[in-house]
Design a protein around this ligand. Structure first.
Ligand SMILES: C=C(OP(=O)(O)O)C(=O)O
Ligand SMILES: [Mg+2]
Length: 556
């Protein structure tokens, strides 16, 4: 019987196919005792399994490249951890089998990690995945992970581990559905990068029977179970319409009556530039520079290395606009040499600009590197600071930019409600603001963006978030300055129209979303976007806001 489930759509498009589950079952080996004569053999089996899994993860990393490689290599390091190996050895020496010793040693490592702050707690899924691989190898059972199928399928999982997702074959995976995870989860980011439809936070996803046919609409977040002929035909029509609209849309972002809204790309480094250019990005609205700093845990990259990387990005957008965000360390992106390790609540601690003001030499080097990288290039460089709370923060950043002799526009991100409420004062110090809606939602709703259980608050359609966007956009308009959005909110085509109606002046998103947003904007006038924005703000919850905006935009 056809039923409809509602999750959160995080990657556009429709996929119809059979469910294949990702096996993540915890393999718990029995706790049987062995005699001391068996210990040497178990020790050597354990050592071999650890080495083989580390080698396999490294090899997968090499094949995958890019950010996935860093994640997989970090997992390989977990398997090679000397303290873990010593713990396993101790457990075997007192009578454990190799597989049970691995299982128990990882359990105590896990407990340590879960209590070691937000970032490390977020790595627990990666650790569990390493444990499952080692235990499966020792038990001689298939590795957990991506289903072994030659036919295309819809991948269903509780959440996705990086080791598996990195090697997914996009020609076989029609779409993703996960029970956990929010718009900023690993699964969501990966689905967008692969360009396959995805729905996350879908209640009951893991209970869908293997082989069930589902239709996944990554734009609306709906998953149709056993869709009938009429539903399939309706979805096919919707897909054809979206494809035609995409094909017909090109050029700069604008509403149908010509109100310009530049469409920019979010990138993490030079590797993302090609996709941004191919999608027709008019520039970069958010260059997350933290990736450059993650290579070395003890020091910042040299000014020379930074200049080289920044120049590679800046040179790709002649006459375009490139907004570089200075280092956003701390909370979900800790750096050993900058981030205090003992904060009880790192998301509310020393992160973003706060870290840079405590380490002015890191900020100075980065600003100088940016100034040097832009020398002689026709690009319009803009630089912004993350996690700015008030006018004093904005002034400190502006002064640092002036002192570094930066001939670029400088601005700040609005990610904290206080900054949205007092944007007018902040704009006396800087030349633009850019709304980071991921963090803005996290702080407005007191809902950790990494915790799936509170992902409903991360929905950028929440009217309270729209109110904060409106405050910032109105302040920017009064000051005659720009107000962009570079959080995930900008990648939702319907919401992009609402943000435009709220007065946002540019939208920045993952490259794959740009054609969808361009097509949606091009179908509506500015006045229609304004009416949709008013309707969404008048609603009482995210779902109602979405419905109200859709009603306005589709009814006219
Ligand atoms: C764009 C944002 O920054 P990040 O996701 O890198 O924290 C945001 O918070 O919305
Ligand atoms: Mg942020």
């Amino acid at each position: 019987m056809e039923t409809t489930l509602q999750g959160v759509g995080v990657s556009h498009g429709v996929a119809v196919g059979e469910v294949r589950h990702m096996s993540t079952a915890v393999l718990e080996p029995p706790a049987k005792q062995i005699g001391s004569q068996e210990a040497p053999r178990e020790q050597s089996r354990a050592r071999q399994a650890l080495e083989a899994v580390a080698a396999d993860l490294n090899a997968r990393g090499q094949l995958a490249g890019g950010d996935a490689q860093a994640v997989l290599e970090a997992q390989a390091l977990m398997a090679q951890d000397p303290e873990l190996a010593a713990d396993i050895e101790r457990r075997i020496a007192v009578g454990s089998t190799a597989e049970r010793a691995v299982f128990d040693a990882f359990a105590s490592y896990r407990a340590l990690l879960s209590g070691a702050g937000e970032y490390l707690a977020g790595r627990v899924a990666d650790l569990d995945d390493v444990r499952n691989r080692i235990v499966a190898r020792l038990l001689g059972v298939p590795m957990p992970g991506v289903p072994d199928s030659d036919e295309p399928y819809v991948l269903v999982a509780r959440d996705l581990a990086p080791a598996d997702t990195a090697l997914l074959d996009p020609t076989l995976v029609l779409g993703f559905v996960t029970q956990e995870g929010g718009p900023t989860s690993h699964s969501a980011i990966l689905a967008r990068a692969l360009g396959v439809p995805a729905v996350v936070a879908l209640p009951g996803a893991v209970d869908l029977a293997e082989g069930t046919v589902v239709a996944v609409d990554g734009s609306t977040g709906e998953v149709f179970v056993e869709p009938g002929a009429a539903k399939r035909a309706e979805l096919e029509r919707a897909v054809a319409q979206r494809k035609a609209a995409l094909a017909a849309s090109s050029g700069p972002g604008a509403t149908s009556d010509g109100h310009r809204v530049p469409l920019l790309a979010n990138i993490g480094g030079p590797a993302d530039v090609a996709a941004a250019v191919a999608a027709g990005a008019e520039g970069v609205g958010l260059f997350r520079t933290e990736f450059l700093f993650l290579d070395d845990s003890v020091r910042a990259p040299s000014q020379e290395k930074q200049v080289e990387t920044y120049r590679e990005v800046l040179a790709a957008f002649p006459e375009g606009r490139v907004v570089v965000r200075v280092l956003d360390a701390g909370a979900d992106k800790p750096l050993e040499f900058l981030t205090p390790g003992d904060e009880p609540n790192p998301a509310l601690g020393v992160r973003g600009l706060r870290t840079l003001l405590e380490h002015p030499e890191v900020l100075r080097t980065q600003l100088r590197a940016l100034a040097q990288a832009a020398e002689g290039l026709p690009v319009h460089l803009e630089v912004m600071a993350p996690m700015v709370a008030d006018r004093q923060d904005a002034r400190a950043f502006a002064e640092a930019c002036r002192e570094a002799g930066l001939g670029a526009k400088f601005g700040v991100m609005v990610e904290i409600p206080s900054a949205a409420l007092r944007a007018r004062a902040i704009l006396r110090e800087v030349e633009f603001v850019s709304l980071g809606t991921n963090d803005l939602a996290q702080y407005a709703f007191a809902a950790d963006r990494q915790v799936g259980a509170v992902s409903r608050y991360q929905d950028p359609w929440q009217p309270a978030l729209l109110d904060l966007v409106a405050f910032a956009a109105e302040a920017a308009k009064a000051a005659g300055k720009g107000c962009g959005v570079c959080g995930e909110a900008a990648s939702d085509p319907l919401l992009a129209c609402v943000l435009t109606g709220l007065g946002v002046t540019s939208l920045s998103m993952g490259a794959a979303s740009i054609p969808y947003v361009r097509a949606a904007l091009g179908r509506h006038t500015l006045a229609q976007c304004e009416r949709a924005a008013a309707a969404a703000r008048a609603a009482d919850g995210a779902a109602e806001a979405r419905r109200a905006a859709r009603g306005v935009l589709s009814g006219e």
